[in-house]
Design a protein around this ligand. Structure first.
Ligand code: ADP
Length: 490
C-alpha cells in the first residue's frame, strides 16, 4: 500500500518537497533557497531551470524517507501565483527568465489599458484588476521584448505557464501542458464563469491562445510523472496556487469560512461556494477549487504590511530584538495609552488602495514608550483586518470565523485582539504550514485516499487553538474611532 503524499511547495524564496502521511502528519521535508534576480528597479526574475532542478533534487532527497517511490500514492503541487514561465515545446527549454509576481515592469501597459477604459470589463470577466501583479501582461511583455519568445510564438511552439504548469510539464517529460483553474484565475486571461482562457481577453492583452495550457481541476487524476523520473509513474492529483491551497488547508470550503495568513503582508480569502464573487470594493474574485469541473470561488483581499511592521520595529527602531517580544510588551500595559499606528509604510492595499498613503504614528505623549508602540503595532493588525472585514461584508461575504496562520499568527495576544475587535472566533491550527497541507489534502482527495475533499480536510486538519471575542463594545468602538481618525491622516 503506497501511503504517502508528496507535496512540492514552490514559494517565492524557496522550493520545498514535503512528505505527508495520509492522516496529514508531516513526515519529512527538504528545502532549497531560490536565487532572486533583480535586473532593474521593480523587476524580479527567477530562473525556471533552477526551479525545476531544485524541485527534483528536493523530491529525490525525501523519497528514501517514504521507503521509495513505490510508497508515494500521489503528488500535490502548490506555488507562488502569477509568476510566468515561457518555454519551447519543441525543445522543452525555457526561453527566458520567469517574471515573478512582484515584478512591476508592466505598469505602463496596465495604465494604458486602464486609460482606454478596459478595467471594468476585465474585472467583470476575470474578477481581477488591471495591475502588473497578474500574469497576462507579463506574457505580453515577453512577446514584445524577448525575440526568442516571439519567434517560438510564430513557429507555434511557444508554451506559457505559471510555475505549477512548468513543473507538471517537466514532471511528465513534456507530455502535459496544463494549469489548474485556481492558477489560471490569476492570469487576467480566464473568464471566472467557465474557467476557460478567453479569446477576447487574449486579444486585448495580445497573448496567443495557442501558447496557453489546458485548464484542469485542482484535484483529481490530472497527470502522471514520466516513469523514468522516480522509477515509477506517480499520479499528480492536486494543483493549486499558494493562497488557495492555504484556504483549503484551513478547511474553508463552505461559504463565509475565511482564512487570514499573517506573514510579511496579510492575505485574506473567504469561500463563496458556487457563487461568482462580484466586488464593488476592489476585492478580487478568484477560483478556490475545481472538482469534476464544478468550481468553488473565493473573494480575496490583501494588506501590504503585517509582520513587516514588527520587523521595522525590530530593525529600524530597535524596540525589540525578536518579533515575539512584542507579545510580552503588549501584555505589560492595559492599553496603548492612545498611540495608534497606521502601517501604510508601502501605501495601503485592500480595501483602500492608496499607493501614495504613508505611515502614521498618532497620539504620542510622554507616556508613550516601547510597550505602547509595540502594542499599537499589534493592534494595527486587528484594525486593518477590521476594514477588510467591512469590505468583505459589503460585498456580501461576511466572515463566520477567522482561521489564521502565517509566522505572525504565533502571537497569542494578537490572535485574541483579532477576535475582540472583529467580534468573531479566531481559530489557529497547531500545524501552521497550511499551504503545503492544503496541497496534500487536494492530492489525497484527488487520488481517492478520501471519498471527497471535505473528508480529507476533516481528518488532516489537526488540532486547533481558539480565541473567543471578549472585549466590551465601548472599548472596541473607541479603538476603531481612533484608528479611523489616524487613517485619515495617512
Ligand atoms: P513570510 O512567509 O511572508 O516570509 P512568515 O509567515 O514567516 O512570513 O512570518 C514572518 C513575519 O511575522 C515577520 O515579519 C515577523 O516580523 C512576524 N512575526 C513572527 N513571529 C511573530 C510574533 N510572535 N509576534 C509578532 N510578529 C511575528
Amino acid at each position: 500500500m503506497s501511503d504517502y503524499i508528496l507535496v512540492l511547495d514552490e514559494g517565492t524564496t524557496s522550493t520545498r518537497a514535503m512528505l505527508f502521511a495520509a492522516d496529514g502528519v508531516l513526515v519529512a521535508s527538504a528545502q532549497e533557497p531560490l536565487t532572486q534576480h533583480y535586473p532593474q528597479a521593480g523587476w524580479v526574475e527567477h530562473d525556471p531551470r533552477e526551479i525545476w532542478d531544485k524541485t527534483l533534487a528536493c523530491a529525490q532527497a525525501i523519497m528514501p524517507k517514504a521507503g521509495g517511490a513505490a510508497m508515494i500514492a500521489c503528488i500535490g503541487i502548490t506555488n507562488q501565483r502569477e509568476t510566468v514561465v515561457a518555454w519551447d515545446k519543441a525543445t522543452g527549454a525555457p526561453l527566458t527568465h520567469a517574471i515573478v509576481w512582484q515584478d512591476r515592469r508592466t505598469e505602463p501597459f496596465c495604465a494604458q489599458l486602464r486609460a482606454a477604459g478596459h478595467e471594468a470589463g476585465v474585472q467583470e470577466r476575470t474578477g481581477l484588476l488591471l495591475d502588473p501583479y497578474f500574469s497576462g501582461t507579463k506574457m505580453r511583455w515577453m512577446l514584445d521584448n524577448v525575440p526568442e519568445v516571439r519567434a517560438a510564438a510564430d513557429k507555434g511552439t511557444l508554451a506559457f505557464g505559471t510555475v505549477e504548469s512548468w513543473l507538471v510539464y517537466k514532471l511528465t517529460g513534456g507530455a502535459a501542458h496544463i494549469t489548474d483553474a485556481s492558477n489560471a484565475s490569476r492570469t487576467l486571461l480566464m473568464g471566472l464563469e467557465d474557467a476557460q482562457f478567453d479569446e477576447g481577453l487574449c486579444d486585448l492583452l495580445g497573448v496567443p491562445r495557442a501558447a496557453l495550457p489546458g485548464v484542469v481541476d485542482t484535484s483529481g487524476p490530472l497527470a502522471m510523472t514520466a516513469p523514468g523520473l522516480f522509477g515509477r509513474a506517480i499520479p499528480i492529483t492536486g494543483l493549486a496556487g499558494d493562497q488557495q491551497a492555504a484556504t483549503v488547508g484551513q478547511g474553508c470550503l463552505a461559504p463565509g469560512q475565511t482564512k487570514a495568513t499573517y506573514g510579511t503582508g496579510a492575505f485574506v480569502l473567504t469561500c463563496q461556494g458556487s457563487r461568482i464573487p462580484r466586488s464593488a470594493n476592489r476585492l478580487l474574485g478568484t477560483v478556490l477549487t475545481q472538482l469534476d469541473g464544478a468550481r468553488t470561488y473565493a473573494i480575496e483581499g490583501s494588506v501590504f504590511v503585517a509582520g513587516s511592521l514588527v520587523q521595522w520595529l525590530r530593525d529600524s527602531l530597535g524596540i525589540v530584538e525578536v518579533a515575539s517580544e512584542t507579545e510580552a510588551l503588549a501584555r505589560s500595559i492595559p492599553d496603548s495609552a492612545g498611540v495608534v499606528i497606521v502601517p501604510a509604510l508601502a501605501g495601503l492595499g485592500a480595501p483602500h488602495w492608496r499607493a501614495e498613503a504613508r505611515g502614521v504614528i498618532a497620539g504620542l505623549s510622554f507616556a508613550s514608550g516601547k510597550a505602547q508602540l509595540a502594542r499599537a503595532a499589534l493592534e494595527a493588525m486587528a484594525h486593518q483586518t477590521h476594514d477588510l472585514a467591512a469590505a468583505f461584508a459589503a460585498d456580501g461575504a461576511p466572515w463566520q470565523t477567522l482561521r489564521i496562520d502565517g509566522g505572525m499568527s504565533a502571537n497569542d495576544w494578537m490572535a485574541q485582539d483579532l477576535a475582540d475587535v472583529l467580534g468573531v472566533t479566531v481559530e489557529r491550527p497547531g500545524f501552521v504550514e497550511t499551504t503545503a497541507l492544503g496541497a496534500a489534502m487536494l492530492a489525497a482527495a484527488g487520488a481517492g485516499l478520501y471519498p471527497d475533499l471535505a473528508s480529507a480536510c476533516q481528518t488532516m486538519r489537526g488540532r486547533l487553538a481558539t480565541f473567543d471575542p471578549a472585549m466590551a463594545d465601548d472599548v472596541r468602538d473607541a479603538r476603531l474611532a481612533a484608528w479611523k481618525k489616524a487613517l485619515g491622516a495617512s
